[in-house]
Design a protein around this ligand. Structure first.
Ligand code: ADP
Ligand code: MG
Length: 253
């Protein structure tokens, strides 16, 4: 974590980001910079706009106002093809894992690879699949179907599928939701291993305070559409802001 952060190079820069759906103002002026090598957690109650934020960064939703720059590209200025190219560098681990249930573990990984990188030999695909499976500890599941995997293994497969394209940025939307505490800890460890191995920078949406504390360099508190506080875990935890104190009082172990 801390040692590998390059404070001179930001991979995500967000200024004054606003997003509404009809009358509902979800994001009301978001500012955030994520530096290369950094893991940042976004905390906030359900419905506060965390998934909307991550989808905007991934180019899946358009901002109404403000500037979002990802790997040096201002995303709302990109055309479809440019956005597709940028997305190749962004791994998005969905809340639901979004696996292809009728495909084997091998096919779940080979498919996004061959869709996005043309003219690979069978051997190159096999090697890439094996490497991604090894990174998440699922080598022995290569011929299984997702339905035959446990919840934690499905999460691992979802992460492997994003790693197959060697992303520079990882976006995790509640990677440990619905998992037991031991599996949560394993996924938290995996996220750190991924960062070390693939040199990724990550934004991690989580309700898991242990994850925020142990896996992330900084945390950002999303409250009422803005980041009320961004800082290292203890600094945010010890803030005097009423709404933040309330959030931690309800969430603390
Ligand atoms: P969370 O912080 O739980 O991830 P979300 O980002 O999913 O919250 O949603 C924030 C708010 O925006 C919610 O009230 C949700 O209903 C609303 N919202 C999200 N996506 C859409 C959409 N595509 N259309 C309309 N409303 C949406
Ligand atoms: Mg969400």
């Amino acid at each position: 974590m801390q040692d590998s952060i390059n404070k001179k190079e930001s991979v995500i820069t967000i200024n004054g980001l606003c997003k509404s759906f009809g009358e509902l103002e979800v994001l009301k002026g978001i500012d955030l910079t994520i530096y290369r090598g950094e893991n940042v957690a976004v905390l906030g109650k359900s419905g506060s706009g965390k998934s909307v934020l991550i989808k905007i960064i991934a180019g899946l939703l358009k901002p109404d106002k403000g500037k979002v720059t990802v790997l040096g590209k201002q995303i709302d200025k990109l055309n479809g093809k440019e956005l597709d190219n940028l997305r190749l560098h962004i791994g998005f681990s969905f809340q639901s894992s979004a696996l292809y249930d009728s495909m084997s573990v091998y096919q779940n990984l080979a498919f996004p690879l061959t869709m996005n990188v043309k003219n690979l030999t069978r051997k190159e695909v096999d090697n890439a699949v094996e490497e991604a499976l090894e990174a998440v500890g699922l080598e022995d599941k290569i011929h299984e179907l997702p339905a035959d995997l446990s919840g934690g293994q499905r999460k691992r497969l979802g992460i492997a599928r994003t790693l197959i394209l060697k992303p520079e940025i990882m976006l995790y939307d509640e990677p440990t939701s619905g998992l037991d505490p031991i599996t949560c800890t394993e996924i938290n460890t995996l996220m750190i291993e991924v960062q070390e191995r693939y040199k990724t920078s990550s934004l991690i949406i989580t309700h898991d305070l242990t994850c925020a504390k142990n896996t992330c360099d900084r945390i950002a508190m999303l409250i009422d559409g803005t980041f009320l506080k961004i800082g290292v875990f203890d600094e945010v935890l010890n803030t005097n802001e009423e709404q933040i104190k309330k959030f931690f009082a309800y969430n603390f172990i």
